[in-house]
Design a protein around this ligand. Structure first.
Ligand code: NAD
Length: 328
């Protein structure tokens, strides 16, 4: 499959939300793209349109299986490791499976990447690593104690990546994503993320249910900003910019109440009755941090990051996509 003189990227979790957007972007840029996924939370329909593309290869496999990892990294230049089990509540309900996938699977991918001598291993880290630190904005080297099993796994990823850089010379970059949203994000299931879940509820004229009073805030990050950071991390030639971690966010804070207002405004273009849907409030959720806001100074300085989409701009694109693709 590999064409000469083309760069080959392995995207683990490529059938998931972020992974499938990365696959699409890099295929459009004419890279060879390999997707490794076991469809635990990702979907075949997210990668269906790529199957015809000669530059695309789908490997159905599991990162918990080292042989699947070794097979997938053959001939690969860069790994963009996205495969993991997301969701804080999922990890509270089943910490062992989250640990197997997010820690053992991660370690397998590092070992396979080291042995295959890939050029750089870029991985999805998480803002959950800031844990109980109340400092705002979040700066990369000031973290607190993890608040969930999921947060532990993402922090352990960073520790392993650093050891692999220092011990084996594997180039790594961790990207601490902050509440990413955009097309292909799954609105279904008990562990759906807040934006797609609320969009679906509002589209169906059902009340979105907010945990808490709606004043918790997040740095909601549109998928295109995340793609930009993956590309910058892959291409940087600056040796001081590697073997470290970066916040990936827009650098702005919005409360959940702001978010719902904005979703209602954007969706009412398609159906004005959505403006009248009321929000329901419930108790706060265990493991949720009250506020999250990223400093993106390090990414700007070291990698030239320049995010193009605010939450508002990203929501316009996302809402349009959900309306056109998932409105029943
Ligand atoms: P997602 O669930 O849509 O994608 C994860 C993908 O990994 C899925 O396609 C799933 O099938 C695959 N996968 C899971 N277990 C696997 C296994 N054992 N072997 C092979 N593939 C497996 O989630 P996402 O939102 O696209 O998240 C991608 C990455 O970004 C994850 O590592 C997640 O922890 C991280 N992250 C996401 C966010 C966010 O806001 N979405 C925030 C912080 C970090």
């Amino acid at each position: 499959m590999k064409l000469k003189n083309k760069i080959t990227i392995l995207i683990t979790g490529g059938a998931g939300f972020i992974g499938s957007n990365l696959c699409e972007y890099f295929l459009n840029k004419d890279y060879n793209v390999i997707c490794l996924d076991n469809f635990a939370t990702g979907h075949k329909h997210n990668v269906e349109t790529f199957i015809e593309n000669n530059n695309f290869k789908l490997i159905e496999g599991d990162i918990r299986n080292i042989d699947d990892c070794r097979k997938s990294v053959q001939g690969v230049d860069y790994v963009l490791h996205q495969a993991a089990l997301g969701s804080v509540p999922r990890s509270i309900n089943d910490p062992a499976t989250t640990n197997d996938v997010n820690v053992t699977g991660f370690l397998n991918m590092l070992i396979a990447s080291r042995d295959a001598k890939i050029k750089r291993f870029i991985y999805a880290a998480s803002s959950s690593t800031y844990g109980d630190s109340e400092a705002l904005p979040k700066v990369e080297d000031v973290i607190g104690k993890p608040l969930s099993p999921y947060a532990i796994t993402k922090y352990v990823n960073e520790l392993y990546a650093e050891i692999f850089s220092n011990t084996y010379g594997l180039e790594t970059i961790g990207l601490r994503y902050f509440n990413v949203f955009g097309k292909n994000q799954d609105p279904n299931g008990a562990y759906a993320a807040v934006i797609p879940k609320f969009v679906m509820q509002l589209m169906n004229l059902e009340s979105p249910k907010i945990n808490g009073d709606g004043n918790y805030s997040r740095d909601f990050t549109y998928i295109d900003n995340v793609i930009q950071m993956n590309e910058l991390a892959m291409n940087t030639k600056n040796n001081e910019a590697i073997n470290t971690v970066y916040n990936v966010a827009y650098g702005d804070q919005n409360t959940l109440n702001n978010l719902v207002e904005s979703l209602k405004n954007n969706l009412s273009i398609y159906n004005p009755s959505i403006m009248n849907v009321e929000v329901e409030y419930g108790p706060n959720r265990i493991g949720d941090i009250p506020h999250s806001l990223a400093s993106i100074d390090k990414a700007k300085k070291m990698l030239g990051y320049n995010p193009q989409f605010s939450m508002e701009q990203g929501l316009i694109e996302s809402v349009k996509w959900y309306w056109e693709n998932l409105k029943r």
